[in-house]
Design a protein around this ligand. Sequence first.
Ligand code: NIG
Ligand code: FE
Length: 412
Amino acid sequence: MRLLIINIKELLQIRDITIIKVSGKKMKELPTIKNAFLLLENDIIIDYGNMNDCPDVTKENTIDATGRLVLPTWCDSHTHIVYAGNREQEFVDRINGLSYEEIANRGGGILNSAEKLQNTTEDELYKQSLERVQNVVKLGTGAIEIKSGYGLTVESELKMLRVIKRLKENTAIKIKATFLGAHAIPKAFKGNTNGYIDLIINDMLPIIAKENLAEYIDVFCEKGYFSLENTERIMAVGKKHGLIPKIHVNQFNTFGGVELAVRYGALSVDHLEELSESDVVALKESDTIPVALPSCSYFLSIPYTPARKLIDAGLPLALATDYNPGSTPSGNMNFVISTACIKMKMTPEETINAATINGAYAMGISENYGSITKGKKANIIITKEVPSYNYLPYAFGENHIDKVIINGKLVV
Ligand code: NIG
Ligand code: FE
């Protein structure tokens, strides 16, 4: 089936296939065509250009996009969208003065979500997660990375990864799976971190590799969670099983996690609310992309990732939601780009690059997603009538999306 979108006010993020990410000053460039058409065939982008060169509209299925912008769907490279229940009581506890750390120390936080998930059936977990995925697709997300990490037992980590596998099979968007067994030390292993890492290495990883349940491996490298030594041990064995590292690092403290992740060839280092000069140096000599999660900073009232420091050093930057029940109960990429403009002093062009092509790079899919390129997947956002693309992050909190197309089909 073919679908022709005509009279597009401005078609955004037009790229040659050879671009897999954009870095430094280039992030300020967003190639566009005004008064454009876009032609999709089945699930692929096959042509685009100025309306003067538009194919014969009488022969095609058409959508008239007068006054509207068209752009590739968001690529959300960091989520924990598979979880059971919510943690709104902890939200209220924080308002009343407890810190995120204090809540975690008294057995709340990740351990609270783990207990809920352990007591939830795979079918129920799938149902709750599917609903969240469907909701973020309506907000323009066309590719998403999903982590395990709320299971923390062999059985429940596998349950999460099997739910991710079912989501891959039953939804049209692109999904990448990450094994985050090392998200927290479960109650049963309190004071015995190495014992839990043994369980990850000996009992979880071999099954995950054998059943092909994950592409990436993650560790929450942070004081009170997993040390540099712990992180290195897990990444090393994960890599032996063919899993590429994508690491939670520098959320609260910087102590060498970035350099370590880079040394292990991590695809991305995520969070970086704290950042040292040596982190920047390590990233400059690598293909590892930093990923910022501004909704998490917003929700927890912690510092924002210093985007200017990273971009002005010539580095690429991706933006993602971190959708999870504890630090970011929102999967809205539109809010992410707004917040990145408002709080991180990124330009609208930089945020759109960070949320499309660079997000795709951060989940290893930028050859097929993240830009308007002939041959790439037909995952498209059509906005409502708006004055310009600057208006998208500017008028925050409002839904500017009119239609979402996934694999060439309109999402209804
Ligand atoms: O990325 N930082 C670690 N993990 C999640 C939050 C986990 C939770 O509070 O449930 C994050 O922010
Ligand atoms: Fe996270």
